[in-house]
Design a protein around this ligand. Structure first.
Ligand code: TRP
Length: 452
């Protein structure tokens, strides 16, 4: 499809794809989830496996998803319908984009609750609640937030409202400009915080924990959660990057753009650990305390910083914006489809979906207090959604989308797509995708499901 016919517009410069895709990749997954996954999974072992997963599984599949989007210049649902009508692929494939869209929808129901916590913490930071806070007070502050569904609902509603307002606009306009400023500022602020934390906290212990590893630490569970998180962190497996690829200019090499996104994503994740771990060690915060880790240790850092009120407020504001630029990409698939297929205005489509997400979000936030009951497999509703999406639905979506690219899209079409500038690089990518990424992902995911 010629670029001018793409309904949602094209990124105004080739570089903007990198910013928009990084905006999607960098989010709560890096700053909130990654540190606690490292804490739970034994430090360096997880980091090492995670890097391997990024390179061997995440990057090739990210490139496949982007390439598919750019080749067809449409949304995943119409693309697959079209291919199956032309009998290029079996009718079964029609369910794939629906699974993908549903995955984004489900992730967003709990993602916006956590983003809501960040808004709550922004408010607490600027009102000076963190000043000289002790470890016990920081922990009970977080417990109090979890115990008040009313407050969580307020923040959640604000966040979902922001998502609807932004995704209701065309993503090719405002989003990129926002991310362009946000990302460098976020990295600089995190560098400063990491410097402070390393100086004030237990730097040696933290570094040792982050980079030490031994064979015993590498268990199957570690590998499974590393793969799941690599997909989550790169926003791969549900068509978000497919949609962004559809707006990408043909002049840009997909390999370069995607490598930059992976690098930025990894840098932010490691920085988050360097901010959190030294102080967590110094204050004896349990590293495997799960989702509360960032929300208990960050206030302590800000509370002991000279201009902590301001820096803390600024940091949580950045975190909310980072979450927003990620959240947008989860809704883009359905919004673009409703817009292209039924000519529903983007804003109306966003409102419709946002309403449904807000509604399911109520059940999520109640699962932290009144409804803290095991729903299935010994998990509460929040944990269930989290695990269902990152360990089952995202890998499944990633497998199906990349199988489609590797086995069904003619090699010559892909070759012409300027996935890489050099033919030899193209061959490496194609080989790795077909014979490493897809088989590894299938074996690990299926073995994880049957509980090997
Ligand atoms: N990558 C984002 C993060 O790390 C989350 C995210 C945005 C996502 N879009 C996605 C995850 C699509 C899976 C699929 O916070």
């Amino acid at each position: 499809m010629p670029e001018s016919r793409c309904l949602q517009g094209i990124w105004s410069s080739p570089w903007i794809f990198i910013f928009a895709a990084s905006g999607s990749a960098v989010g709560l997954g890096n700053i909130w989830k990654f540190p606690y996954l490292i804490g739970e999974n034994g430090g360096g072992a997880f980091l090492l496996i995670y890097c391997a997963c990024l390179l061997l599984v995440g990057l090739p599949i990210l490139m496949a998803e982007v390439a598919l989007g750019r080749t067809v210049r449409s949304n995943p649902i119409d693309t697959i319908n079209d291919l199956s009508e032309r009998r290029v692929i079996h009718r079964f494939w029609v369910v794939v984009p629906w699974i993908a869209g549903l995955t984004g929808f489900l992730i967003l129901t709990f993602y916006s609750v956590i983003a809501g916590w960040s808004i709550g913490y922004f408010e607490r930071a600027i009102s000076g609640d963190f000043v000289n806070i002790s470890q016990a007070d920081a922990a009970s502050m977080f417990d109090r937030l979890l115990a008040s569904p009313g407050e969580m609902l307020l923040w959640n509603s604000i966040f979902v409202g922001l998502v609807v307002l932004t995704v209701g606009q065309s993503v090719t306009r405002g989003l990129a400009a926002l991310v362009r400023i946000l990302l460098p500022v976020l990295i600089v602020v995190m560098l400063i915080l990491a410097g402070f934390s390393l100086e004030e906290g237990e730097a040696l212990e933290a570094i040792h924990f982050l980079f030490r590893w031994s064979w015993q630490d590498i268990t199957f569970g570690v590998v499974l959660s590393a793969i799941g998180h690599a997909l989550f962190s790169l926003s791969v497996g549900m068509g978000a990057m497919f949609a962004y690829g559809a707006y990408m200019s043909k002049r840009m090499s997909i390999a370069r753009a995607c490598s930059a996104v992976v690098a930025i994503d990894l840098i932010v994740s490691v920085l988050a650990c360097l901010v959190i771990f030294p102080l967590a060690f110094a204050f004896h915060i349990d590293l495997d305390s799960g989702p509360s880790l960032a929300f208990v240790s960050l206030p302590i850092i800000f509370g002991s910083l000279p201009a902590g009120q301001l820096i803390g407020g600024f940091f949580f504001l950045l975190l909310v914006i980072a979450a927003l630029t990620s959240a947008i990409s989860m809704l883009e698939l359905f919004v673009a489809w409703l817009h292209e297929k039924f000519y529903i205005a983007r804003f109306k489509a966003a409102l419709l979906l946002g309403g449904a997400i807000w509604f399911v979000g109520i059940a999520v936030l109640l699962s932290f207090n009144h409804w803290d009951r095991k729903v299935l497999f010994g998990l509460n509703f929040f944990e269930l959604l989290d695990q269902l999406t990152s360990l089952i639905m995202l890998p499944l979506g990633a497998i199906l989308l990349s199988v489609l690219v590797a086995w069904f899209i003619p090699r010559t079409v892909l070759r012409n797509e300027m996935i890489t500038r050099q033919v030899s690089h193209f061959k490496i990518w194609y080989g790795v995708l077909k014979y490493i990424s897809i088989p590894v992902l299938i074996v690990i995911t299926v073995a994880g499901w049957i509980g090997v």
